[in-house]
Ligand binder design. Structure first.
Ligand code: MTE
Length: 301
């Protein structure tokens, strides 16, 4: 069986999601290609250095994925994309905060404000450069007024054993869970993404809303998030629980700390045959190294 082409998959849910997304960004008539992003675009197009990064072909970003709820093969998430049901999506933000709240997608799309071109690196050694659309996680967390006890943030992805084929197997302890320290979560680089390449997120990329933490390995960027919990304890992510010797809480991109089964010194950009050197913090050292001042990053991997 041949895998369907990206352009063949336009589930109804994606269409409606797309309509709302475009309404929120004032783009109902047409979604311009990235090259057409103009100064009157309702969210801020990425500027400066970020613009100079060579973007990965959209086809690769939409068809080579990790999303274990939709299968473990890189081609499974696209093939099974319509098994993810995104209608009436809500994100519950709760825990150590003064104003816990349920947000629906209209609330979240109203926060959407900018495009960011980020490097993204998977722990398995491939990388990509993607123009994401979304808003800083901080904008959402500020709305619920975290208390002084909020030291960590836990992200919980959708649990839907009936529809998500991967959740019929105990590959991970479902639902998928990830976590950040509060200062990492509030860092201006930490993005809640609702779209990429000027369009709403495709299901295989974690529709309708996912995290993107560009200086950490890709698995920290939880997809299809339904709950965000502020806690006083460090959360245990699904990957830490599955293989603690391989996946720690921090998971910063660090070419000097090999994965127990392979080196992390180099990476292969999707679409390229050649590998390139991996940069400390995935190239974001200037912005984030201060968060880890004084920490032994070999111990806190
Ligand atoms: N989120 C959920 N819910 N389930 C997953 O299996 N995989 C992670 C991350 N987020 C995953 C997830 C991993 S390992 C990577 S590398 C990125 O998603 C891949 O994102 P992409 O497919 O959009 O490139």
């Amino acid at each position: 069986m041949t895998a369907p082409k990206v352009q063949d998959i336009t589930p109804k849910a994606l269409f409606f999601n797309r309509r709302r997304f475009l309404q929120a960004t004032g783009l109902l008539a047409v979604a311009p290609p990235l090259s057409a992003l103009a100064s009157n675009f309702p969210f801020q197009p990425a500027e400066g250095e970020a613009r100079k990064l060579k973007l990965t072909d959209k086809e690769h970003v939409l068809s080579y994925n990790n999303f274990y709820e939709l299968g473990t093969d890189k081609s499974d998430p696209l093939r099974n994309a319509n098994r993810l049901k995104t209608d009436n999506w809500q994100v519950e933000v709760l825990g150590e905060c003064a104003k816990p709240r349920l947000f629906d997608m209209d609330d979240l799309l109203a926060l959407q404000q900018e495009e960011r071109v980020y490097r993204f690196r998977c722990v398995e050694g491939w990388s990509m450069v993607v123009p994401w659309i979304g808003f800083p996680l901080k904008a959402l967390l500020d709305k619920v007024e975290p208390t002084s006890k909020a030291k960590y943030v836990e992200f919980v992805s959708l649990l839907d054993r009936k529809n998500l084929p991967g959740q019929r197997f105990d590959i991970l302890d479902w639902p998928y869970r990830e976590g950040l320290r509060m200062d990492e979560a509030m860092h201006p680089l930490t993005l809640m993404a609702t779209g990429l390449y000027g369009e709403p997120l495709a299901n295989q990329n974690g529709a309708p809303i996912r995290l993107v933490v560009p200086w950490k390995y890709g698995f920290k960027s939880a997809k299809s998030i339904v709950q965000i919990r502020l806690t006083d304890q460090q959360p245990t992510s699904s990957w830490m629980q599955a293989t603690p010797s391989e996946y720690g809480f921090y998971s910063n991109v660090n070419p000097q700390v090999p994965h127990p089964r392979w080196s992390q010194a180099r990476e292969r950009p999707l679409g390229s045959l050649l590998k390139q050197k991996t940069l400390m913090f995935n190239g974001y050292a200037e912005e984030v190294a201060d968060l880890y001042r004084g920490m032994d990053l070999k111990k806190f991997y």
